[in-house]
Design a protein around this ligand. Structure first.
Ligand SMILES: *Cc1c(COP(=O)(O)O)cnc(C)c1O
Length: 238
């Protein structure tokens, strides 16, 4: 079993690898936010990370944020990184400082409307499905070019950047072209929309260093900090 002290050591090691990747690629390491992805892990693990100076955590399910948030100090900052359904928007908006996963126009409209009703200005990222994978959420590059203006018309939203989950490849170097593509699309959308999109949310446990080299401003790191998650597959009988 992973000891609690491993979490502190893992955090330090991930931070050090971010610093090194930023240094060798001419980026400012201080401008890279480490989002600790705590999904499936218990509040005790989050508390340990908090004690080690980690304040910002990512969850992919609203339900899990609703359960964990009241059990932890208020200084914990939450980001939603998984798909959001309309009927959960009202509950989650007051609890999260950023939603990374705005993946279609309708949910953006719901967040905008409910944000207005709650007196909030939600900070969001646009999720991009770079490889147009049918199994993945997000705007394809074509779709976002087409619908950017409609997103910018939603006046409660602070649209702060873009996010991607590239096709998995065990070799991080093979994912680099996707990170480059996301950055270039971001640059294009800034010109198209006439507004800055400073945040690039990209890179996970196995490829965050490459993402930092390509300009990531938020890396979403789970298993490299908290250890592996329980497998979704049921364990076959022995
Ligand atoms: C689970 C998850 C991560 C973290 O994955 P690790 O490989 O454990 O680092 C990052 N982003 C999203 C959207 C996730 O769902």
């Amino acid at each position: 079993m992973k000891g609690m002290s491993d979490i502190a050591a893992n955090l330090e090691s991930v931070r050090e690898r971010i610093r090194a990747a930023a240094l060798r690629s001419g980026h400012d390491a201080a401008a890279v936010e480490l989002l600790a992805v705590s999904k499936t892990h218990p509040v005790e693990s989050i508390q340990t990370a908090l004690n080690a100076g980690q304040f910002v955590f990512g969850e992919n399910r609203v339900q899990e944020i609703l359960i964990k948030q009241p059990q932890l100090p208020e200084k914990v900052r939450w980001h939603l990184i998984g798909p959001l359904q309309s009927n959960k928007v009202r509950k989650v908006l007051p609890l999260v400082e950023m939603i990374h996963s705005v993946d279609h126009l309708e949910i953006a409209r719901d967040i905008n409307r409910i944000g207005g009703e709650l007196g909030l200005h939600p900070r969001v990222l646009i999720e991009i499905n770079l490889a147009a994978e049918s199994s993945k959420h997000g705007f394809t590059p074509e779709k976002i070019r087409e619908q950017l203006e409609q997103l910018y018309a939603l006046d409660r939203l602070y649209i702060q950047g873009v996010m991607c989950i590239p096709p998995f490849d065990p070799m991080p170097e093979n994912t680099r072209p996707y990170f480059v593509k996301l950055r270039e699309l971001r640059d294009e959308l800034e010109k198209l929309g006439g507004a800055p999109l400073p945040q690039l949310s990209m890179g996970m446990s196995h490829d965050f260093e490459v993402a930092v080299e390509e300009g990531a401003t938020i890396v979403r790191v789970g298993s490299a900090i908290f250890g592996s998650r329980p497998s979704k597959e049921p364990t076959p009988p022995a």
